[in-house]
Design a protein around this ligand. Sequence first.
Ligand code: TYD
Length: 212
Amino acid sequence: MAQRGCFITLEGLDGAGKSTHVAWMTDWLRQAGISLLCTREPGGTPLGEQLREILLHQAMDLRTETLLMFAARNEHWRTHIQPALAQGLWVLCDRYTDASYAYQGGGRQLGTDAIAQLDAWTQPGHGPDCTFLFDVPLAVARTRVQQGRGTADRFEQENAAFFERTRQAYLDRMAADPDRFRHIDASHGIPEIRIRLDACLQALVQHWQSRP
Ligand code: TYD
């Protein structure tokens, strides 16, 4: 039986520059000979992508938002991520459950209990093996979002206090599970960030491939 693949997630505030690095990390891993599923949340399945459109653009109650994030995630995990990992593929996912803790739990102040319950119910026993947190001061993230694309989605329209809470919730997640997280100072330029990512990915591949 194939060795289980490594499950990597990317997290950070809108405007942290995460999307810029996804393609580069995907290429890096493929060039290292790793078979990879590159995916995102909310989304990643036909149903999940429909839910993404609703989540990003339609006003709704916070519990509904949280349940829909987990509905999309459950579908994604069971039909795509888990089978891929079981076949030995690595999975690189742009946002995952930490985003629910950060955005719904922190930003929207739902707290962690409900999210922890949904997490335990939909995904007992297995989460990401490694999470890259692209962390920037809020002012940098806000400027990048404002300079970026056209219409802001429901999350990008939130105020500074929302994003301060979201960032803090990410940092709390990292403090609680330091072995899983790689902190990426995303206020640096792209070349410096790539040097850091390169080192992290090399170490991760070595570690994973030397496991018994
Ligand atoms: P993202 O893919 O980063 O958007 P973009 O296309 O702008 O790069 O994520 C979409 C938004 O969804 C983002 O603002 C964070 C939010 N989100 C949550 O609030 N909770 C979640 O569990 C997830 C996965 C995303």
